[in-house]
Design a protein around this ligand. Structure first.
Ligand SMILES: [Cu+2]
Length: 137
């Protein structure tokens, strides 16, 4: 193998390793956790336009959703401002919420998989009057 070939391969290797490191880096921008809208989701909830208005009776459509254990629910933010999907229940002993999307920008999707049966109420931290629920089982 020529020295040029070895150099080229090691440069490519370095680039691949760097890229792999960045894409797995948990401190990368929070928007990396969101995906573009996709049609293959098992259960979809829309964060409706005008969801933050206190008179909006359906900030989440549907407001309550029934899924089987192991299902993934995706929330698509169709409003023009950020919202969160945050579990009402914390973990035991004051632990953080069971699930928390953090701010979901407009047009973005956040997914969560529900493995255990139960009723999981949630709200938006920014607009706490926005509430919904996922019933698993
Ligand atoms: Cu909100």
């Amino acid at each position: 193998m020529s020295i040029e070939k070895i150099l080229t391969l090691s440069i490519i290797g370095t680039i691949l390793l760097t890229f792999g490191f960045l894409s797995n880096n948990p401190t990368s921008l929070p928007t990396a956790a969101f995906s573009q809208q996709n049609s293959g989701s098992s259960s979809a909830v829309i964060i409706t336009p005008g969801a933050a208005d206190e008179g909006n009776f359906e900030p989440f459509a549907p407001n309550a959703i029934n899924v089987m254990p192991g299902s993934t629910v995706s929330w698509t933010n169709e409003d023009s401002t950020e919202h969160t999907i945050t579990a009402n229940e914390g973990g035991s002993g004051g632990a953080p919420s069971l699930f928390d999307s953090g701010p979901i920008p407009p047009e973005m999707v956040w997914d969560n998989t529900f493995d255990s049966p139960g009723t999981f109420g949630y709200h938006c931290v920014i607009h706490p009057w926005m509430t919904g629920r996922v019933m698993v089982g």
